[in-house]
Design a protein around this ligand. Structure first.
Ligand code: AP5
Length: 206
């Protein structure tokens, strides 16, 4: 099974993807996480990516497509989180024959608080929220015990820019799939367990 998860910054793509990965045993492929891995390596390209992410902009299509395709390799079952983000990216992956495209719908004002309260562990793999999803021990990751930090792009000014970019470049992707009549919409402004409950219904429907 192949799934695409679409949604604005902070809509809960990563949170839902973690659940799907566990329950449906699909590889979770997040372009954001792959790009942050490149940044962590400190390579020249990683430094360029870091500047782009910290401004809240998108990395060039050629690079994100290349990174995502490399990660997919020969896999048959996977979940794309944060890809595609431009209509050009969507057109370049038509050959993948994705089974489900799920749009996590939520208004901008609802997610500001989610993003400003988000904390991630040092590996970047596990997400928390100071209020909605706190770790068992304050400031420490439940899974690997590393210190929890705030992403640089979760700064309020950068969040604003990420939304501007989302509205200009990624909202048209939602329309692109809506017109093709293959988009499933989930109300993401509910409690995490309710959101995932709706996602499960979409996946089990087929
Ligand atoms: P990326 O890491 O993908 O960032 P994003 O799309 O902005 O999404 P987020 O990770 O911020 O949010 P999310 O929807 O995953 O929500 P989460 O589950 O974490 O990309 C980062 C950057 O990389 C981009 O800005 C761009 O520069 C670059 N990039 C990535 N892909 C690219 C591409 N294809 N092309 C070009 N550039 C690309 O939840 C957020 C918080 O809310 C958490 O604290 C969570 O605990 C909490 N939460 C989740 N669900 C709920 C709920 N239902 N109720 C309350 N709280 C909740």
């Amino acid at each position: 099974m192949k799934i695409i998860l679409l949604g604005p910054p902070g809509s809960g793509k990563g949170t839902v993807a973690d659940h799907i990965e566990k329950e449906f045993h699909l590889k979770h492929i997040s372009t954001g996480a792959l790009l942050r891995e490149e940044v962590a390596k400190g390579t020249t390209i990683g430094k360029d990516i870091q500047k782009i992410i910290e401004k809240g902009e998108l990395v060039p299509d050629d690079l994100s497509i290349q990174i995502m395709r490399l990660e997919i390799g020969n896999k048959k079952d996977y979940l794309l989180d944060g890809f595609p983000r431009t209509v050009n990216q969507a057109q370049k992956i038509e050959d993948l024959e994705v089974n489900h495209i799920i749009y996590l719908e939520i208004a901008e004002k609802e997610v500001i608080e989610r993003l400003s309260g988000r904390r991630v562990c040092a590996t970047g793999e596990h997400n928390y929220h100071v209020q909605y999803l706190p770790p068992k021990k304050e400031g420490k990751c439940d899974v690997d015990g590393t210190k929890l930090i705030q992403r640089k792009d979760d700064d309020p000014k950068v969040i604003k820019e990420r939304f501007r970019v989302y509205n200009r470049q990624t909202a048209p992707v939602v329309e692109y799939y809506r017109k093709k009549d293959i988009l499933k919409i989930v109300d993401a402004a509910q409690k995490p367990e309710k959101v995932y409950g709706e996602v499960r219904k979409v996946l089990n429907h087929f």
